[in-house]
Design a protein around this ligand. Structure first.
Ligand code: FEO
Length: 401
């Protein structure tokens, strides 16, 4: 079946939907699926940019061979060597003996590690700003190390000003028909998942994202073609600005994430009371999560989005309740920064959650604790009411600054 779609003159998307795989990297839930996007430029020479995940390889190869209609691929550009884009490299090298695989030294190292067969006869190394002509189309390469993995490159098609951006500007979420940003309601249907994808997959590497944005923005960009999700051909500045904020760890909106952990509901009741008091004081953007129930990736995504954070958790095994520890660990490795935070800690005997949460938040860059941890012993008591009000008032004042 032909599923390739022309997205610009003689440039085609072969984008395969995957609604079956439960978790990306076997970690991140994908309730709306995902796409693996491959692109092909049909010119005097033919260049294929990346392949797909093996879960959709059969359909991909069928679409590819239909489109080729007997012609051979000259170049296979590897912008990213993570296996969700690389299932078919060995097959294509076997099928097209003259195929040149374009990448950098790290790309070829990873190909050699992931594949058993020696494919080195196909390797052709490209350098920063090197150009390759396909005929009417020209490709220029930009190294984008750690914009997810160390070998990542962006490829810029110079005649039509198209940026092939690897994982950057990608999102979770399969196509429901439309493949361009202007064919979908991106804000409604993709933005949350684009943020979750960014924060959890690329979030650690903000400085590297900033570096590549600066490099490629010297060019006019009319279209952005990511490896996952919709292609951008209108209002590019909207999404580029989101990337600018996310990669500088700047919040998008004032608001509070309340992430709580609770064994028997007592810490949860304190978290609910805090949320209610904030709402009564006029705070509208309040987002509550039970860390034992909601996958960390969704909470991290909202932590990137909003300005304030309240963490509430009990002591457990003389330490911190494990799902809260996981959240804080994830915040740390993903380089969460620039937050105002408050802590509610519960402990029935030998409390430790307050100290551990304070220490872990304190190790994050520019995360300001608005007050010392608020400690409850088993349950929040009436005599703590005034102190609890003081804490919620502090949070409200900080939001209204
Ligand atoms: Fe879409 Fe880093 O893989």
């Amino acid at each position: 079946m032909r599923t390739a779609q022309e997205i610009s003159s003689n440039i085609f998307l072969i984008g395969e939907n995957d609604r079956r795989t439960e978790r990306f990297e076997n970690i991140f839930p994908m309730p709306n699926g995902i796409t693996y996007n491959s692109y092909i430029i049909m010119d005097e020479k033919i260049a294929l940019l990346d392949t797909v995940d093996r879960s959709v390889s059969f359909d991909f190869l069928e679409s590819l061979e239909n489109l080729l209609n007997g012609r051979e691929i000259d170049y296979l550009v590897i912008n990213h060597m993570e296996p969700d884009h690389c299932a078919d490299i060995e097959y294509l090298c076997d099928k097209y003996s003259n195929l040149k695989v374009l990448g950098n030294a790290k790309t070829f190292q990873l190909i050699s590690q992931f594949f058993t067969k020696d494919l080195s006869a196909h390797f052709q190394e490209v350098k920063e700003l090197e150009e390759i002509s396909l005929g009417a189309h020209k490709l220029r390469f930009y190294m984008a190390p750690m914009v997810h993995w160390p070998e990542v490159m962006f490829t810029y098609e110079t005649t039509q000003s198209i940026l092939f951006s690897a994982d950057a500007f990608g999102t979770f979420g399969a196509f429901s028909g439309g493949v361009f940003n202007d064919q979908v309601d991106f804000e409604r249907d993709y933005l949350q998942e684009a943020r979750r994808y960014y924060a959890n997959i690329v979030g650690k590497y903000g400085p590297q994202v900033q570096a590549i944005l600066k490099k490629v923005s010297k060019n006019e960009i009319k279209m952005i073609c990511p490896l996952h999700g919709p292609i951008w051909r209108t209002n590019l500045s909207y999404f580029i600005e989101k990337y600018n904020l996310w990669s500088q760890y700047i919040y998008e909106e004032k608001g509070v994430v309340i992430a709580y952990a609770s064994m028997y509901g007592n810490t949860e009741r304190a978290a609910n009371k805090m949320a209610n008091q904030l709402a009564q004081a006029g705070v509208k953007n309040i987002h509550m999560y039970d860390v034992s129930k909601t996958h960390t990736s969704f909470i991290i995504s909202d932590i990137f989005r909003f300005s304030h954070l309240v963490l509430a958790a009990p002591t457990y095994n003389m330490g911190l309740y494990l799902p809260m520890h996981t959240l804080l660990h994830d915040m740390s490795v993903l380089n969460v920064q620039n937050k105002k935070a408050a802590i509610i800690a519960n402990g029935s005997w030998a409390p430790a959650a307050d100290k551990i949460m304070k220490q872990m938040l304190g190790e994050m860059k520019n995360v300001e604790l608005l007050a010392e941890p608020f400690v409850i012993k088993s349950t929040l008591k009436d005599e703590q009411e005034n102190d609890f009000n003081d804490l919620s008032n502090l949070i409200v004042s900080s939001i209204n600054e």
